[in-house]
Design a protein around this ligand. Structure first.
Ligand SMILES: [Zn+2]
Length: 248
């Protein structure tokens, strides 16, 4: 890509982050925390979902149908049995496009096809046709993608950190990386404390959950700490769709 195209893409990305495409003022009766997992590495399902279920709560799993029985970042992704297991246990299955492509690198038609394939695949597993939640692969966003996602999904979740409070950007919800090498327990506690003070909605995202995680994953101990700290601070822990459906 030449320098001019790079500058245009960066401008488009920045405009997308600030553009109000699907915004809504929502006020929460209690502070809320959501735990989300991108790409569905198997350890997110076998270990991550178990940590949530042990505490009686559920998470959101943003999956790519094209990664079923495949690998991403050298980690094995979901099987169809894994996805059925998540549904049976009350977790949310959500879209991360079908082939884990960057929205910025897709034409309008290519993105439309990715969305259609992803929705069809995910709905075939969940066996319902409720609007799905979505997260942008690699956090890649531009204005066209943001508009399309706002029309096709209940919410879009990005990777811009912060707490969702007041006027929420529903097509690019703020979310915070729960990556072992990038966040300390005191940072997690501070984010949750601020969510309580501001009565907002905090979303964490991660990938694998294992003792020696990838640079994009977390250890079971840190995930347990985050969930337990949120519970201790009387936050409600809900999947992304549960939060949105509570306003329907
Ligand atoms: Zn991803």
């Amino acid at each position: 890509m030449n320098i001019v195209n790079k500058i245009i893409r960066k401008l488009d990305r920045n405009i997308a982050h600030f553009a109000s495409v699907k915004s809504k003022i929502l006020s929460f009766e209690t502070p809320v925390v959501s735990f989300t997992f991108d790409d569905c590495p198997r350890s997110a399902i076998t270990v991550g979902s178990t940590i949530l279920m042990d505490r009686g709560v559920s998470g959101t799993f943003y999956l790519c149908g094209g990664l079923t029985n495949g690998f991403e970042n050298e980690l094995p992704c979901q099987t169809e049995d894994d996805l059925a297991y998540l549904v049976e246990n009350g977790h949310e299955l959500a879209s991360h496009l079908y082939n884990h492509k960057r929205c910025e690198e897709l034409t309008k038609d290519e993105l439309a096809l990715e969305i259609e394939l992803s929705k069809n695949y995910t709905n075939s597993i969940t066996r319902n046709h409720e609007q799905l939640s979505f997260s942008y692969p690699f956090g890649s966003i531009n204005l066209r993608a943001k508009k399309m996602i706002s029309e096709q999904f209940l919410t879009g979740r990005g990777i811009n950190p912060g707490i969702n409070v007041g006027k929420l950007d529903l097509s690019c919800l703020k979310a915070n990386a729960l990556y072992e090498g990038q966040i300390l327990k005191r940072d997690i506690a501070s984010l949750i404390d601020k969510t309580v003070q501001r009565q907002g909605w905090l979303i964490f995202y991660t990938h694998d959950v294992q003792t020696s995680p990838s640079p994009y994953g977390v250890t079971p101990t840190t995930l347990e700490y985050a969930v337990d700290y949120a519970i201790q601070k009387n936050c409600k822990i809900s999947s992304v769709s549960e939060v949105m459906n509570s306003f329907q």
